[in-house]
Design a binder for this molecule. Structure first.
Ligand SMILES: Nc1ncnc2c1ncn2[C@@H]1O[C@H](COP(=O)(O)OP(=O)(O)O)[C@@H](O)[C@H]1O
Ligand SMILES: N[C@@H](CCOP(=O)(O)O)C(=O)O
Length: 324
């Protein structure tokens, strides 16, 4: 179970006194976390059971968390279904528990979709929701450089080349360089807040309707289209590492119905689908190869298969993606 930091009920009860949300009934660790420790928290408020999620930040320092606290509140206030940190009676949202920064958030009810249940409708919905998230974040007043963005992959790729076959090292090098070329081309690629990790396990559905987008902790300021490429590579992939054109079309149409693409975005799409595949190939390779990662709890972290993302990258090279 991915509960890195144990929380004592008595410590949480003390923290809850700062809020006006009721008495603690139960506290249950949530499996599946990678970057944080999460608990479901049930409270009794005047005889009614109310459900919350307590998140303890394992990787982010107290200095980094405010960006995410502000962003969650900003997006939620604009009807984007994301968790947000609830403020206590003194207006404070970011708290401390067991030596870690933490927040208390509303709980959403739904399930992430098993891979075989990700259909055209789910892709259309997530495309539309992602475009709404981008537009809602367009005038967000903070900026953030992605911690696994261009500077990270330039640096980290250097660490892994010698551990890869010559062919794979060349593949990785080419992708890193190609993104630099895209940046220097100065095309009209709108930027703003991106989710950065909107895989299907970060979305909840109830009765086949999207009800929540979770885990904003890779959010950053970057090309919006790159965010869509991250989504496409996960939501539209087949178990054989190919892209399902029907799901990808639905995703793109769902997105474009809310925010139409620029002409340069049409041109950049094949490249960005490759960059997005490279980014997750690399982030999965690093723990897979046993390399140290700053602020990551390597030993307790679940390993994800880098090969799946190498296959997507190869598929994106063989069959360049099309936005129209
Ligand atoms: N607000 C929430 N409502 C319901 N479930 C949540 C909420 N926040 C987190 N979860 C559950 O906890 C799991 C892990 O949360 P997540 O933010 O993705 O953590 P990590 O970044 O550590 O992977 C999610 O997959 C979901 O099942
Ligand atoms: N969704 C990712 C895991 C989260 O990315 P990270 O780089 O922040 O660990 C995946 O499936 O690889």
């Amino acid at each position: 179970m991915a509960v890195y930091t144990p929380v004592l009920a008595e410590d949480l009860s003390r923290l809850l006194q700062r809020y006006d949300l009721g008495e603690l009934i139960s506290l249950q660790g949530i499996d599946g976390g990678i970057e944080n420790t999460n608990y479901f928290v049930s409270l009794n408020q005047a005889g009614q059971v109310r459900e919350y999620v307590l998140t303890l930040f394992e990787e982010l320092s107290a200095d980094e968390v405010p960006f995410f606290v502000e962003l969650g509140q900003w997006l939620a206030a604009r009807d984007i279904p994301v968790p947000y940190a609830i403020k206590d009676q003194h207006g404070i949202a970011l708290q401390q528990l067991s030596g870690k920064p933490c927040v208390l958030q509303p709980r959403f009810f739904g399930q992430d979709l098993p891979v075989e249940a990700i259909d055209v409708s789910a892709c259309q919905q997530i495309g539309e929701a992602l475009a709404k998230l981008h537009l809602a974040g367009a005038d967000f007043y903070l900026q953030r450089q992605a911690h696994r963005g261009v500077f990270w992959w330039r640096r980290e790729s250097e660490r892994v080349y010698s551990r890869l076959s010559h062919e794979d090292a060349e593949l990785l090098r080419d992708e890193v360089q190609a993104f630099d070329q895209l940046r220097s081309a100065q095309w009209d690629l709108p930027m703003g807040i991106i989710h950065g990790d909107l895989f299907s396990d970060n979305a909840l559905f109830a009765d086949q309707q999207l009800v929540a987008i979770l885990d904003l902790y890779n959010a950053a300021t970057a090309y919006w289209l790159y965010d869509l490429a991250i989504v496409a590579n996960d939501w539209c992939r087949t178990t054989q590492g190919q892209i399902d054109p029907l799901r990808e079309r639905a995703l793109i149409q769902g997105y474009a119905a809310v925010r139409p693409f620029t002409a340069d975005e049409q041109r950049a799409w094949p490249r960005l689908t490759r960059t997005a595949a490279m980014r997750f190939w690399l982030s999965r390779l690093i723990p897979w190869l046993g390399l140290e990662q700053a602020s990551r709890q390597g030993a307790s972290m679940k390993l994800k298969d880098p090969e799946a993302y190498r296959q997507i990258l190869l598929s994106r090279i063989r069959t360049p993606a099309q936005l129209c």
